[in-house]
Write a protein that binds this ligand. Structure first.
Ligand code: TXA
Ligand code: MG
Length: 319
C-alpha cells in the first residue's frame, strides 16, 4: 500500500502533527545531528514492526531507542557507573550506548531483536528533542533509508528511499555531522566500540578512564547491523584512488584531488568530509553510467577519518 508521505516542518504545528502520528503508531522520519532517523513508538509492537517492513531490515538487527532526557536511560537499562560517566560526558550527542536491558522494561522486545541489551541515545538536535518532548515517547529510530543503502542526511534523501512507505517526514535541513552515531557497548564492564562515529575512541577512553576494545574479526559483525556490505550506493566503489582511474567517477578529498567530480573537502577538512560523504555518494550514484565505478581518494585514518573510512570500506565491500 502506498501512503501519502506528509512533509512537515520544524514548527509547533509540525511537532504536534508528527507527535500525534507517532502516538497513533505511524512512522515519521525526523532529523538528528548525525543522520535522519525513521521514528516509531518504541512502546508499540505494530509501529516497530512497521520500521522493519518499511526498511526491509532483517529482524535480527536491533534498533536504537532515542530518549529526550539523560535520566530516561535508567527506565529501560541498567546504568552502572561507567555508563553514567558516558551519559554525563556525551549526551546529548552522537553516542549510542548498548546497555543491559531491564527485565520488565516497557520497550517492545523487537527493538532489541531478541537480545538482552538495548541501544539508547539522546540526540543533540533541537527538532529531534522537540519531537521527543511533544510525543512523550521513547522513539525507536534506525537511519531512514532502505536497509543496506546509504544513510539520509536530508529530507529529500529520505523521500527518495522511503516516500510512499511512511506517514511523514519532519524536515529541518541537512544533518551537521553526517555520519551515524558512535555505538559503544557497555554490557559486561567491558567497553567495546561497535561502530566508529564522531565521538572518537580516544575521547571515550579519556572519559571512561579505561581501554575501549575494538572487535577485530571482520567476518563476524560486531553489532548485528554491522554487516560488511552496508551504506552502499548502486555503483561499484573502489578506494584509495590518488588519481582518477580511466573512465571512473572520482570522489576527491583534499588539495591533491581538485580535478575530482565531487570533493568531500577541497581543504582536506574531515568534519566537512563527514557531513558531505553520504550526499556525495548519492550524487555520484545518480551521475554514474551503467557499470561506471566510483573511485574515492584516500582519506587519512585519523580523528573522524576513522569513521569515514569505516563507511567507505562498507560501501566498497563485495555485495
Ligand atoms: O546516528 C545514528 O545512530 C542514527 C540516528 C537516527 O540516531 N541511527 C542509526 O541507526 O544509525 P541504525 O539502526 O541504522 O544503526 C544502529 C546500529 C546497528 O548497527 C545495530 O545493529 C546496532 O546499532 N545496535 C542496535 N541495538 C543493538 C544492541 N542491542 N546490541 C548491539 N548492537 C546494536
Ligand atoms: Mg543504518
Amino acid at each position: 500500500m502506498r501512503l501519502k508521505t506528509l512533509a512537515l516542518n520544524a514548527s509547533e504545528d509540525g511537532f504536534r502533527m508528527a507527535a500525534d502520528l507517532l502516538n497513533q503508531g505511524e512512522l515519521v522520519a525526523f532529523p538528528t545531528e548525525t543522520v535522519y532517523g525513521l521514528g516509531a513508538s518504541a512502546l508499540s509492537e505494530r509501529a516497530v514492526a512497521g520500521i522493519y517492513a518499511a526498511k526491509g531490515r532483517p529482524s535480527f538487527n536491533p534498533l536504537i531507542v532515542h530518549v529526550g532526557d539523560p535520566k530516561d536511560a535508567s527506565l529501560y537499562a541498567r546504568v552502572d557507573r561507567l555508563a553514567q560517566v558516558a551519559i554525563d560526558t556525551f549526551w546529548p550527542g552522537p553516542l549510542t550506548l548498548v546497555l543491559p536491558r531491564l527485565e520488565h522494561c516497557v520497550l517492545v522486545p523487537a527493538v532489541s531483536a531478541g537480545l538482552d541489551s538495548v541501544a539508547l541515545r539522546m540526540p543533540n538536535h533541537p527538532a529531534a528533542l522537540s519531537l521527543l518532548r511533544a510525543s512523550g515517547l521513547p522513539l525507536a529510530a534506525p537511519s531512514a533509508n532502505p536497509s543496506g543503502g546509504v544513510s539520509p542526511t536530508t529530507a529529500a534523501h529520505v523521500r527518495d528511499g522511503l516516500g510512499g512507505k511512511i506517514s511523514a517526514i519532519l524536515d529541518d535541513g541537512p544533518c551537521l555531522v553526517g555520519l551515524e552515531s558512535t555505538v559503544l557497548s557497555l554490557t559486561d564492564m567491558h567497553a567495546r566500540l561497535l561502530r566508529p562515529g564522531a565521538i572518537s575512541r580516544d575521547a571515550l577512553q579519556a572519559a571512561l578512564g579505561q581501554t575501549v576494545e575494538v572487535p577485530g574479526d571482520e567476518d563476524v559483525p560486531s553489532a548485528p547491523g554491522q554487516l560488511v556490505s552496508h551504506y552502499a550506493p548502486s555503483a561499484r566503489v573502489i578506494l584509495d584512488a590518488s588519481v582518477r582511474p580511466k573512465g571512473a567517477l572520482w570522489l576527491g578529498f583534499g588539495p591533491a584531488s581538485l580535478e575530482a567530480d565531487i570533493s568531500l573537502s577541497e581543504a582536506g577538512d574531515l568534519s566537512e568530509a563527514a557531513a558531505r560523504l553520504f550526499g556525495a555518494l548519492r550524487e555520484l550514484d545518480d551521475m554514474a553510467e551503467p557499470d561506471q565505478i566510483i573511485a574515492v581518494a584516500p582519506v587519512p585514518e585519523m580523528g573522524l577519518g576513522v569513521a569515514i573510512n569505516d563507511r567507505l570500506r562498507r560501501a566498497a565491500a563485495p555485495r
